[in-house]
Design a protein around this ligand. Structure first.
Ligand code: WT7
Length: 647
């Protein structure tokens, strides 16, 4: 761990929304009287009918229920678009930067309004109403934001599926939430390569009983795709038939806004459900304070809208604040390793938010691709998605930010809706590798395995003691699973699944997942999902998947595979299994290493001892721990001697 400390520069303490004293007093107020605090800050969005109640939440086992602003009525699209028209209709809302540096587009709030309303009318003409689910499987093009806001305008619940997921994964998500409408594109474009999105939708929909009613296809590349008559329509043709006026549906604060599927330690991905009022208040407030967003800033978050970061910090938070948000279709190393920095110069970006995995991969190319750009417009940097190692932090700070830009290392999750632990740039000194302190209203605690709350400097598991407005409300269609997953381990508290350390300054250092979830390039993967994909292969009898430290990805996927009797472990089969998992789940789930294992370490009752498999994958052969309960201790020696090499 690094013990370097960077004090808040005095110009930041003076100019930012909050300095340290202000943070301390606001934080105290937020936890001492959440009703008063959020009652006040809830007014940052416009309400059609103001709320009279603020917090009504319970973490009681068997009765978990989370409601914020429950009698208020509003609409998210109204807040992200309409309310800005009078004051900043001609201001740019979205800067779109295409995969190719030759393509970009600027969309003002007035244009955004017209685009969102047209898309909403196209959906409405196809019978979409309040409460209906709409699946969005789009590349990073402006239509992705239009589609989200169009759903919000009608009160339909969107479920975005990342374009890197396979037809199987997409089909499972469409079926789970019962979407009858899918919005996609002919093809996506990333790093000059085409992604067959429409063809994937066709394959996904074919496996769903009853299919879907409508597939709306945005033309991105103009590539030829199959269109099913009566079901499929090109978006531009449908949009030409509608007006750009569409009323915003009055939504209760607790009406659902979106579902986003995320991996857990067991079973299929869960549909994380977020609702309207609390989510928007929290996303917009964190966006303003964490990034110290001021009018005139050009703000760029490099995430994909297929992840929660794209929901809260490309679309909803920034647009609720009337910001200019940059949306990037491409990848960090195309057409050159300078692409991020070139885009910053081209659009004069002042706030830049990316992931440690991107920083680490760019760091490998050295300083030259960064140094040859100006980056003079930058004033703040952000990091999200996984722990940032101090070396990557220092490089980001020194080379990219030229020691001028504070870094906000923001810890949060799909489930939390917005950032929970983070520095505020005018208030918090920085320690490379630490997410530092809780945001307003957030009460982190560190507990030991028995659930005992630890004091002072300590290390254990991270729980949150009470609710905040952006918290997920349930698992779509399975409230029981919601309670089991998040509230049963430490009854009465929200369990994050992360381990953490708290230092003597009260700063939090997230150490990574303590459950069977791994974080590959900031993407969350359930080991159980990869295992079930592997065992679905006819030649595989058993599989166990764990994470291992990876220089660029943070964690890589290590799979131990036992083959069916008589099947030869060949290099060819190894490749076939990798391709199989890519096809089953998607490229992001590709195993980095596959070890063919004649046997897996099991207890006498047949339980796989993953602790041992994790240690072997981490090269920690000396600290395997207690192996006395193994049914066949010989298995371990074989595993160690056939350890796959990561480099
Ligand atoms: C998991 C949540 C939050 C948006 C992107 C990921 C890890 C996230 C940090 C950070 C250390 C982090 C945690 C968390 N994580 N941000 N700043 N420092 N770890 O969302 O896919 O729901 O994953 O990502 O392990 O539990 P997600």
């Amino acid at each position: 761990m690094s013990d370097k400390v960077y004090d808040v520069p005095s110009q930041w303490a003076q100019k930012a929304y909050v300095d340290d004293a202000h943070y301390q007093s606001m934080y105290a107020a937020s936890v001492n009287d959440p009703n008063a605090f959020w009652g006040e800050h809830g007014k940052r969005i416009d309400w059609f009918t103001p709320y009279t109640k603020v917090k009504n939440t319970s973490y009681d086992p068997g009765h978990v229920s989370i409601k914020w602003f429950e009698d208020g009525v509003t609409n998210v699209a109204y807040n992200c678009v309409d309310r800005h028209l009078e004051t900043r209709g001609d201001q740019v809302a979205i800067i779109w930067e295409g995969d190719s540096p030759d393509e970009s587009r600027k969309i003002t709030y007035r244009e955004l309004s017209s685009e969102v309303n047209k898309l909403a009318n196209v959906l409405r003409n196809r019978g979409v109403e309040k409460g209906d689910r709409v699946t969005i499987y789009l590349p990073m093009i402006p239509e992705a934001a239009f589609a989200m806001l169009a759903c919000a305008r009608l009160g339909a619940i969107h479920s975005i599926v990342f374009g890197g997921f396979s037809p199987d994964s997409l089909g499972g998500r469409i079926a789970d939430c019962g979407s009858k409408v899918v919005i996609t594109a002919d093809e996506g474009l990333r790093g000059g390569r085409k992604v067959p999105l429409k063809a994937n939708v066709d394959a996904a929909v074919n496996q769903i009983e009853g299919g879907v009613d409508h597939v709306i296809v945005v033309r991105r590349t103009g590539g030829k795709v199959d269109m099913v008559p009566g079901r499929d329509v090109y978006y531009d043709e449908a949009a030409a038939m509608v007006t750009d006026e569409c009323p915003a549906e009055p939504m209760n604060a607790e009406d659902p806004l979106f579902i986003l599927y995320t991996s857990g330690s067991t079973g299929k991905p869960k549909g994380v459900l977020h609702t309207t009022g609390g989510y928007l208040v929290y996303a917009s407030m964190t966006h303003q304070y964490v990034f110290d967003y001021h009018p005139g800033d050009i703000y760029w978050c490099t995430a994909d809208v297929g992840w929660v970061t794209g929901h809260s910090y490309i679309v909803y938070g920034p647009l609720a604040n009337g910001a200019t948000t940059l949306m990037f279709e491409g990848i960090p190393n195309y057409p050159s390793m300078s692409r991020f920095w070139d885009v910053i110069d081209k659009h004069q970006v002042s706030i830049f938010y990316t992931a440690p995995t991107a920083i680490r991969s760019l760091m490998q190319a050295g300083e030259e691709p960064v140094k040859k750009t100006s980056r003079a417009s930058l004033r703040l940097l952000g990091s999200v998605g996984e722990p940032i190692n101090p070396e990557a932090w220092e490089w980001y700070y020194r080379v990219v930010g030229e020691e001028r830009c504070p870094i906000v290392d923001t810890w949060w999750q799909t489930e939390t809706g917005g950032i929970l632990i983070t520095p505020l740039p005018g208030a918090t000194k920085l320690k490379p590798g630490s997410a530092t302190r809780p945001f307003f209203g957030v009460q982190p605690e560190v507990v030991d395995a028995a659930g005992q709350v630890l004091d002072g400097a300590c290390e254990g598991n991270l729980v949150i003691a009470d609710s905040w407005p952006g918290q997920m409300r349930t698992v779509y269609g399975d409230h029981e699973r919601f309670e089991q997953t998040y509230f049963a381990t430490y009854p009465g508290k929200y369990f994050t699944g992360d381990g953490c350390r708290r230092d003597a300054d009260g700063f939090y250092w997230i150490t990574g997942r303590v459950d069977d979830v791994i974080n590959v390039s900031g993407h969350r993967m359930g080991t159980a999902e990869v295992e079930s994909a592997l065992v679905a292969h006819p030649k595989v009898s058993e599989a166990a998947v764990v994470g291992f430290p990876h220089d660029i990805k943070g964690q890589g996927i290590y799979a131990y595979v036992t083959l069916m009797d008589g099947v030869e472990p060949t290099e060819e089969l190894r490749k076939e299994l990798v391709a199989w998992v890519r096809r089953e789940i998607g490229p992001i789930a590709s195993p980095d290493l596959i070890q063919f294992a004649p046997g897996l370490p099991k207890t006498r009752s047949g339980k796989i001892m993953r602790r041992i498999l994790r240690k072997i994958a981490e090269d920690q052969f000396e600290s395997l721990g207690d192996t006395s309960t193994l049914a066949d201790p010989g298995v371990v020696e074989d595993l160690i001697s056939n350890r796959q090499n990561k480099r």
